[in-house]
Write a protein that binds this ligand. Sequence first.
Ligand code: NAD
Length: 342
Amino acid sequence: MLTMSAQRLQDVTQRVFVAAGTPPDLATQMAEILVESNLVGHDSHGIIRIPAYIEQIRKGTLIPDARPEVVEETPGSALVDGRYAFGHIAAAFGTEVAIRKAKESKAAVVSIVRCNHIGRLGEWTSRAAAKDVVAIVVVGGFGGPGIAAPYGGAGRALSTNPISIGMPGGEMPDLLVDFATTAIAEGKVQVARAKGAPLPPGCLLDKDGNPSTNPEDLYAGGMLLPFGGHKGYGLAMVVELLGGALAPGERYNAEGRRGGAVIIAVDAATFHPLADYERAADYHLRRIKQVPPARGFSEVLLPGEPERRSKEERLRDGIPVPEATWNAIVAAARSVGLNLDN
Ligand SMILES: NC(=O)c1ccc[n+]([C@@H]2O[C@H](COP(=O)([O-])OP(=O)(O)OC[C@H]3O[C@@H](n4cnc5c(N)ncnc54)[C@H](O)[C@@H]3O)[C@@H](O)[C@H]2O)c1
């Protein structure tokens, strides 16, 4: 395992994307966003993705110098054409539009079509919460076979259909809920597979619909299950319809590339002054934080706390980078004419 500073990883990421044809300002944004995922502890959505994005650029499905734009709007809504730019760049743009419109109109909804992978959804809801805007971000509606089964089903029909919700705190830190609606994210199945470790029960069915804990079964036609049985499944379906029906993907997206991201934003000061919102939010956040720990736990954490703690730690001690991840990044850099050894 290597350990690298955030600064070094941002520098490397920026240079690789510039070498692949990304304008420097967009490459800098991408570097900050990917390394932030590593800092907050979601390595599955950080620099490990660089080789896949370079491959998409090579195939022409990701256009590194494209910039998103608003193609339809009202005071409370905007349709953003991601133009198959980096999905992160489209999501950053869409989030900015949603925050601005929520401030002007109290609430706003933004749909991003022609959108590539937007990475860690919590990036976008955290940005909104930092500006005193409550935000819900989902990615779904791909409509293909996906990788997950509906509750009670034994066939692939859904993607991991993630959802993130950010709520501003006052003196207390912002609340950040951010996860896939499958019991386990696909990236974590890959990690278990690499280690030869079993998955926890309740995450996976094999291709014949039998419960399994063997990660190999997912890649032999198996399927992930929703978290929380019918409840997580219900949430996955909401994400599916937000991304697949509310969003006009069919009209805009290229063949085989349906679905997209939807951002719902509400000004925290909609019903009373911001100071009153913050006082009330802090009351609830403190109340929950003070609950004594159950057996086996040392404290109650608020959603978002694990990410904040990871960031503090990794800014101080560096970011662990598996050698295989680093070697893949070096190879991806070489493929676009950049030698990372110098
Ligand atoms: N772009 C995409 O298409 C896509 C698809 C799937 C997942 N993702 C991303 O993958 C990342 C990981 O997803 P995941 O499903 O593995 O998430 P996860 O299971 O790691 O859950 C993370 C969430 O749970 C909270 N949490 C964790 N431990 C907690 C505790 N003890 N007490 C209270 N809260 C706690 C975190 O603060 C965070 O809100 C997310 O950032 C998600 O957005 C993206």
